[in-house]
Ligand binder design. Structure first.
Ligand SMILES: Cc1cc2nc3c(=O)[nH]c(=O)nc-3n(C[C@H](O)[C@H](O)[C@H](O)COP(=O)(O)OP(=O)(O)OC[C@H]3O[C@@H](n4cnc5c(N)ncnc54)[C@H](O)[C@@H]3O)c2cc1C
Ligand SMILES: NC(=O)c1ccc[n+]([C@@H]2O[C@H](COP(=O)([O-])OP(=O)(O)OC[C@H]3O[C@@H](n4cnc5c(N)ncnc54)[C@H](OP(=O)(O)O)[C@@H]3O)[C@@H](O)[C@H]2O)c1
Length: 258
């Protein structure tokens, strides 16, 4: 992927936080002209030793009203982009395309009572941005964030999620959010055990949420592992829940990460 010089800005890394050997978060400065809608992604560029630039799409974790940009990244062993990105430190430069994009945004849904946000791994990122913005709390009666990881230590942003209720501007809505973590490769207290797809099939997810997935009331955003997204979409289709398109509003919106 290439981008001409005028299509991106140069931002400075303010903070890099390793979480596990394969996960880290990074915070950068934000260009005053950079605009995005919560749930969107932007292409980031890193300059390699030979001077060439590698670009990859990244969801924004930070909210549209934050003065900084935040991202949550995997380290893919031998990955062209993440091998470079994970070497960067505070003060280093990161290229950020001027134009954010993506349709995992609340305007995909014209109605609905309950918003389900289903994520695997770093796919939780856009939901963190949406949850830090005001709109979702006004638009839906219930918000169910489901976050699946292989191991308990890979469940990131627990403090941010738990702290949402303490934010002044969200205090009156705090009771609307239900957070359901599920860990697949070990048993973790306080988390479900099993893939999102298995938990939907068995009914365990709806039981944990205390509400059913229905075409009338549920709107479902899904992000992360493409196979999980395909499998979940098939299950929702059987329940008469279809992808939401501009010409045909529906109940499902997705973002594949690879
Ligand atoms: C719209 C969009 C938004 C994205 N947002 C994010 C984000 O917020 N955070 C993030 O870490 N990545 C995100 N990605 C993935 C990201 O663009 C890169 O694929 C990732 O940085 C790896 O780049 P790479 O060159 O090291 O490996 P690549 O050559 O790009 O990928 C190699 C393989 O690694 C695996 N892989 C890639 N990304 C992930 C991932 N996130 N989690 C688990 N396995 C993965 C897949 O098996 C993939 O085939 C997003 C992708 C898209 C399309
Ligand atoms: N996470 C690690 O420990 C680790 C370490 C080194 C490298 N990596 C690399 O990182 C990538 C994987 O990262 P990741 O663990 O964040 O992503 P991931 O493999 O997509 O797993 C994240 C969560 O999604 C679940 N999942 C995967 N496929 C699914 C499907 N079809 N349906 C429903 N749920 C599904 C996983 O369950 P399951 O556990 O059942 O698959 C896990 O709970 C790989 O490229 C890997 O080589 C990971």
């Amino acid at each position: 992927m290439t981008a001409s010089a005028e299509k991106f800005t140069r931002q400075t890394l303010l903070h890099v936080q390793p979480l596990t050997p394969s996960l880290f978060t990074l915070r950068t400065t934000r260009d005053v002209g950079f605009r995005f809608v919560a749930g969107q992604f932007v292409r980031l560029g890193v300059t390699k030793a030979d001077g060439s630039v590698v670009w990859r799409a990244y969801s924004l974790v930070s909210s549209p009203h934050d003065e900084f940009l935040e991202f949550f990244s995997i380290v893919v062993p031998g990955g062209e982009f993440t091998s470079e990105l994970s070497r960067l430190r505070e003060g280093d430069e990161l290229l950020v395309e001027r134009q954010a994009t993506g349709y995992l945004t609340l305007n995909r849904f014209v109605d609905g009572r309950d918003l389900w946000m289903l994520s695997t791994g770093t796919g939780v990122a856009p939901f963190l941005s949406i949850l830090q913005d005001f709109e979702v709390w006004e638009k839906f009666e219930r918000i169910i964030l489901v976050y699946s990881a292989r191991e308990g230590r890979e469940l990131a942003y627990r403090e941010l999620i738990d702290g949402l209720a303490d934010r002044d501007y969200l205090a009156e809505y705090a009771g609307k959010l239900q957070f359901i973590a599920t860990v697949t490769r070990e048993e973790v207290p306080g988390a479900l055990h099993g893939r999102i797809t298995q938990l939907i099939e068995s009914g365990a997810l709806e039981e944990a949420a205390g509400v059913n997935l229905t075409p009338e009331h549920s709107r479902v955003m899904i992000c992360g592992n493409p196979q999980m997204i395909d499998d979940t979409r098939q299950m929702l289709k059987q329940r008469d829940m279809q992808l939401s398109l501009t010409r045909r509003p529906g109940a499902v919106a997705v973002e594949n990460y690879w």
